[in-house]
Design a binder for this molecule. Structure first.
Ligand SMILES: Nc1ncnc2c1ncn2[C@@H]1O[C@H](COP(=O)(O)OP(=O)(O)OP(=O)(O)O)[C@@H](O)[C@H]1O
Length: 292
């Protein structure tokens, strides 16, 4: 499969009032066309900065950010974004909110077809009948579903989801995970999901990238095996438990609460022991790569 997003050895330091703040230091992330990559890591490590790189909202000090093989040199209009706070405009109906990107990004789609597409997306996420409501008339989960339709209306090349379900209660969140699978089947997209929820990461994504603490580098990559259509029961299988254990261990390393593992080929510190002793092994069918 072709890489749609290819980020290599990216380094970046922000200038702040209190001095330089190194945020990224060796970031490698690639997302295949049609793939869905989740990015996890300690709070404040640089996950949202990564989404800004993909959207072309900032250019890194060093390294490469390519989309479809071309270097990203400025803001990209063909990116859809959804955030934890959906920020829908109260003076517009839900349908008008979903149509908003088409007023900003040039489109050749005739008006009637734009509206038909917005209605189709709303129906796909279960919001049929709510097209003429105002955002305040919807629950938090419904607003987030509308925000997802808005992010998809212009058929973006890349869909970026920055903790979109973080503020929702557990049941609503799980509903939305299932809706996401339905949306991806009906409207295939290439996705990048930023999340703090490891269950969400393995349920939605086909690849999970673990970032180290700040300045972030790519610490670990887990390819989630494709087990066909996923339902929530999938999260309670031994394979899922193993993946979650492994990712949790990697997060502990990223937070500095567990020792880092040696790179392949590094001399072992003891006669027989290795630093990976005690670390969970990758579950069968998954491919895991440590990055050093
Ligand atoms: N434009 C900026 N100027 C200066 N510092 C910034 C800027 N943008 C982000 N930062 C800082 O860079 C660091 C990484 O921010 P970022 O939002 O990417 O982290 P994050 O991993 O998404 O955080 P969280 O998990 O808390 O959402 C933070 O310390 C943040 O304060």
């Amino acid at each position: 499969m072709d890489k749609l997003i290819d980020i290599r050895d990216v380094r970046h330091t922000f200038t702040t009032r209190t001095g330089p703040l190194p945020v990224l230091d060796g970031l490698d992330v690639s997302v295949d066309e049609g793939g869905f990559t989740a990015v996890v890591g300690p709070s404040g490590c640089g996950k949202s900065t990564l989404t800004r790189l993909i959207a072309g909202l900032m250019i890194p000090d060093a390294g490469e950010v390519r989309v479809h093989g071309a270097p990203v040199t400025g803001p990209r209009s063909n990116v859809g974004m959804a955030f934890q706070n959906p920020v829908l405009l109260e003076w517009r109906t839900i349908l008008q909110n979903v149509l908003l990107p088409l007023e900003i990004v040039p489109t050749t789609l005739p008006k009637r077809e734009q509206e038909a597409r917005a209605r189709r997306l709303l129906s796909l996420v279960g919001l049929e009948g709510f097209e003429d409501k105002r955002p305040s008339e919807l629950s938090g989960g419904m607003r987030q579903r509308a925000s997802l339709c808005r992010a998809l209306i212009h058929t973006p090349e890349v869909l970026i989801l920055d903790e979109p379900f973080g503020a929702l209660d557990a049941f609503t969140r799980e509903d939305l995970w299932q809706i996401m699978h339905e949306v991806k089947r009906a409207e295939p997209f290439t996705g990048v999901l930023i999340t703090h929820d490891l269950r969400e990461a393995i349920f939605l994504a086909d690849r999970v990238v673990v970032l180290s603490g700040r300045p972030a580098r790519t610490q670990y990559v887990l390819d989630v095996p494709d087990t066909g259509p996923r339902d929530l029961d999938h999260l309670y299988t031994p394979e899922a438990a193993e993946m979650l254990n492994l990712l949790r261990h990697q997060i502990e390393i990223a937070q500095g609460r567990a020792p880092a593992e040696p790179a392949a080929g590094d001399p072992s510190p003891g006669d027989t022991a290795t630093e990976t002793d005690g670390a969970p092994a990758p579950p069968p069918g998954s491919a895991a790569r440590g990055m050093h």
